[in-house]
Design a protein around this ligand. Structure first.
Ligand code: FMN
Length: 155
C-alpha cells in the first residue's frame, strides 16, 4: 500500500498506511520523540492547506486569508470521526516542514500545516517510562485568559 492524496477545495491530505511504500519516508518527517511512539500507529497524514482560492472564471487564483483556519477545521472533524470509528488521532507540530513538503510533493500554493497519526489506543505497558509520564490530562487555561468581551485585555 502506498500514499493516498485526498484533495478537497482548500485542503490536501497525504496519507501513508503502515507497511506501505511511504511509511518510512513519512516517519522520517517526524522529530525523534514523535517517531518513538508514532511508529506504532496505523496511519500518518500530512495535512496541507491551499493558500490560494482557485477561480472558476479563469482569473488568477486569489490569496486565501483563511486557509490555515479551514485546514484546522478539517483536522478537528477528522479527529472526531476517528474517535467515532474507534480510532485516536494525534496532531503533531514536531515535524520537519521542508522535508514534509518534499516527501509529499506539495505543489506551489500548498502549505504543510501539521502531521497526524491515527491508530488504536495502545496499552500503557507498551510505552517507555518517559512516554507514560506524558499520558496525563493536560492543564487547560481558564476561559477568561483566552476569551474577551469585545477587545483583548492587557496582559
Ligand atoms: C500546535 C501543537 C503542536 C503539537 N505538536 C505535538 C507533537 O509534535 N507531538 C506530540 O506528541 N504532541 C503534540 N501536540 C499535542 C497533541 O496534539 C495533544 O495530544 C493534543 O493537542 C490533545 O491535547 P490534550 O492532550 O490537551 O487533549 C501538539 C499540540 C499542539 C496544539
Amino acid at each position: 500500500m502506498g500514499a493516498v492524496r485526498v484533495k478537497l477545495s482548500a485542503l490536501a491530505l497525504c496519507l501513508s498506511l503502515k507497511g506501505g511504500d511511504f511509511w518510512l519516508p513519512f516517519l522520517a518527517i517526524l522529530n525523534e520523540s514523535n517517531q518513538a511512539w508514532a511508529n506504532a500507529t496505523s496511519a500518518l497524514i500530512i495535512v496541507c492547506s491551499e493558500t490560494h482560492m482557485q477561480r472558476s472564471d479563469g482569473q488568477p487564483a486569489r490569496p486565501s486569508h483563511s486557509h490555515s483556519f479551514d485546514a484546522g477545521t478539517a483536522w478537528g472533524y477528522l479527529a472526531l470521526q476517528a474517535l467515532k470509528s474507534g480510532y485516536y488521532a494525534h496532531g503533531m507540530g514536531g515535524i520537519d516542514y521542508e522535508k514534509a513538503a518534499e516527501v509529499v510533493g506539495a505543489p506551489e500554493g500548498f502549505r504543510v500545516e501539521a502531521a497526524v497519526a491515527v491508530g488504536r489506543l495502545a496499552d500503557l505497558s507498551t510505552l517507555s517510562e518517559a512516554q507514560r509520564q506524558r499520558e496525563v490530562p493536560n492543564r487547560r487555561k481558564p476561559l477568561g485568559d483566552v476569551a474577551y468581551e469585545g477587545r483583548f485585555r492587557a496582559a
